[in-house]
Design a protein around this ligand. Structure first.
Ligand SMILES: Nc1nc2c(ncn2[C@@H]2O[C@H](COP(=O)(O)OP(=O)(O)OP(=O)(O)O)[C@@H](O)[C@H]2O)c(=O)[nH]1
Ligand SMILES: [Zn+2]
Length: 360
């Protein structure tokens, strides 16, 4: 195949293009479309896309439900964009920030016939790019896509890659003495799909033949670094390392799944909605996301690469335990990790217990 980018590499480029506001071509089922992220679209590109034909705005079923638009295609709504619609109309549909202040967005007409396969793929790419899940879609010829110098992605070939777990390369390991444990090593893992690197912090030299004290920590810039009182992440991170230090052995995975997998910008959008009175789950849904967009298969793969097959998992989240088990990592024990409750996060923790099945 020479120097040409393979499909995984092309998908990584597509995510980067969408983040910059550059449209991407998708083809499949006898159809070719250009898609553009609603969040990063410019006036000029909206004008150019409109000249190509009638526009759809692809939204997730979650976002459509908030907007009272019908999603006819199992979690995907294809909203008809009126000819006179401005960029602000598109952005208001994508972004719930002003839903309460400006509730008059409908009635919205959504498409029913035809296929939504390319719309679904567009939303998956937006999520992968950590953008709002909302994409403009317009039918074009494949020639148009290539003459404009845009990427063209075959949907049938891309779908399995997007659903699969990317392979992880171990890049490097080195000693980093920590306050909680002097004999610590940091391992860096790089996904082959161009996404962010994940880290494993190994404390001591845990026996690979026995269940290891383990924590799957999801990145939380606000909690881990800023000491935010809105969640319990920082105290959980410190408590997990401290216990591993005390026991002299353990492994903490630091997974780049900020905001339960929606990215920091979207998490801050969720926080802004929480300031309007929505809880952590409702806020995710209004933005168009599921409650939890993380992929814990990643954690299982890193544990396996480190040589572990059984864990004593530090968590209050039963979904993490089930996911480990289904990925072939035995959960010999659950070690509760209850620290860091504050007046600012007690409602957040209560909602996680009530709606997401967290153990109190
Ligand atoms: N979308 C969203 N993410 C949040 C919010 N508050 C915290 N997070 C993110 O949630 C993740 C925290 O997950 P974990 O600490 O693994 O917590 P958990 O799934 O509740 O499970 P355990 O802590 O293991 O019991 C981090 O990625 C945070 O950035 C929020 O209000 N909205
Ligand atoms: Zn947090």
């Amino acid at each position: 195949m020479g120097l040409r980018p393979d499909l995984n590499e092309t998908l990584a480029r597509a995510r980067a293009d969408l983040r910059m506001g550059v449209p991407v071509g998708l083809t499949g089922g006898g159809q070719t479309v250009l898609v553009a992220s609603a969040e990063t679209l410019s006036e000029a590109r909206l004008y150019e896309l409109r000249a190509l034909g009638p526009l759809d705005l692809a939204l997730t079923g979650r976002r459509a439900a908030t907007l009272k638009a019908r999603a006819y295609n199992d979690g995907v709504a294809r909203v008809v964009v009126p000819e006179e619609a401005q960029l602000s109309w598109v952005q208001d549909l994508a972004d719930p920030a002003d839903d309460l202040a400006n509730p008059m967005k409908g009635p919205l007409q959504t498409r029913r016939g035809g296929s939504a396969v390319l719309h679904r793929l567009a939303l998956q790419l937006c999520k992968g790019a950590r953008l709002l899940p909302a994409a403009l879609v317009v039918g074009v010829s494949a020639d148009k896509v290539t003459t404009e110098g845009l990427l063209l992605i075959n949907a049938a070939e891309a779908a399995p890659l997007l659903d699969a777990l990317p392979e992880l390369d171990h890049v490097v390991s080195a000693r980093v003495p920590l306050r909680a444990a002097e004999n610590a090593r940091l391992h860096i893992y790089r996904p082959k799909d161009g996404s962010e690197e994940h880290y494993a912090i190994e404390i001591g030299r845990p026996d690979r033949a026995r269940p290891v004290l383990a924590r799957l920590h999801s990145a939380c810039f606000t909690g881990d670094l800023l000491g935010s009182l809105k969640c319990d992440c920082g105290p959980q991170l410190n408590a997990a390392l401290a216990q591993m230090g005390q026991e002299g052995a353990g492994v903490l995975l630091y997974l780049q799944q900020e905001g339960r997998g929606i990215g920091l910008a979207n998490k801050m959008r969720a926080y802004a909605l929480q300031d309007q009175g929505f809880d952590t789950v409702e806020a995710n849904h209004r933005l168009g996301f599921e409650d939890d967009e993380r992929d814990f298969r990643l954690g299982a793969q890193i544990l396996e690469q480190l040589g572990f097959s059984s864990v004593r998992l530090m968590t209050n989240n039963p979904a993490k335990m089930q996911m480990m088990e289904s990925c072939g990592i035995a959960v010999a024990d659950r070690v509760p990790l209850k620290v860091g409750e504050t007046p600012f996060n007690s409602r957040y923790l209560a909602v996680k217990a009530a709606k997401s099945g967290h153990l109190l």
